[in-house]
Design a protein around this ligand. Structure first.
Ligand code: MN
Length: 227
């Protein structure tokens, strides 16, 4: 192989519970995957085809700190379960989808809601609202042999000790196997791809100094401080 002409960018990773790290290739995020959240964002909760956007792998951040980003005054928390894939392919069958899962983790889809709102209004892409620096706080991944496949269980987010978001993983409109199968019809999935599986209702703003605590049944709790 010929030599790189600039320093090699670092591979983005998520730490693994018990040691090691998971290299991240792509980050897919599903929109409006809990009915109550679709309603709070002003949309019909009916089961329309799912839609996805992407964050960048190096937007993920396991430091436990979220720096309040620039050019916004309305940053929202969205607690989400993250699904990490150990393999992929195209046109993955529903009944085969879970065989591609390496494990699960807790994550936040931090959103510059004001900027996202402007982009929506103008029919523009969402990157400026969604795919900014350190916009994806994550906790350590757990292997599926420890967790089983997480298709039910409480998901909640507290800010400064007060519950702001709560729901159950079984309330997802599109289940994990359906997301994998659907994505694989439009993209070639591969080892290292992760999917943020949507947020329950109760999204809202945070400010510097806030402490966000994420609890997803079956996973370790994750604390992220806004700095
Ligand atoms: Mn989200």
């Amino acid at each position: 192989m010929s030599e790189f002409v600039i320093p090699t960018p670092q591979v983005a990773t998520i730490p693994v519970d018990g040691g090691g790290s998971f290299p991240v290739r792509r980050v897919y995020c599903i929109g409006r995957n809990y009915a109550a959240h679709a309603v709070e964002m002003g949309h019909d909760p009916d089961r329309e085809p799912p839609f996805f956007f992407q964050k960048n792998p190096n937007n993920l951040d396991a430091s436990g700190e979220f720096p309040y980003p620039l050019h916004t005054s309305d940053v929202h928390h969205e607690v989400e379960m993250l699904v990490a894939l150990k393999s992929g392919g195209t046109n993955i069958k529903l009944e085969d989808a879970l065989n591609h899962v390496w494990g699960y983790g807790a994550s936040l889809d931090m959103t510059r809601r004001d900027l996202q709102g402007e982009q929506k209004k103008m029919g523009r892409p969402w990157e400026i609202g969604k795919a900014f620096e350190r916009s994806g706080p994550v906790g350590p991944l757990k292997h599926v042999s420890e967790t089983g496949h997480l298709d039910a269980g409480r998901i909640e987010l507290k800010v400064n000790g007060k519950v702001k978001q709560e729901g159950d993983l079984n309330q997802m409109i599109w289940k994990v196997p359906e997301m994998i199968s659907y994505l694989s019809e439009y993209f070639e999935l591969a080892a290292g791809d992760v999917i943020m599986s949507g947020t329950p209702s109760g999204v809202g703003p945070i400010t510097k100094g806030d402490v966000m605590e994420i609890n997803i049944e079956g996973l370790d709790s994750l604390t992220v401080t806004v700095v």
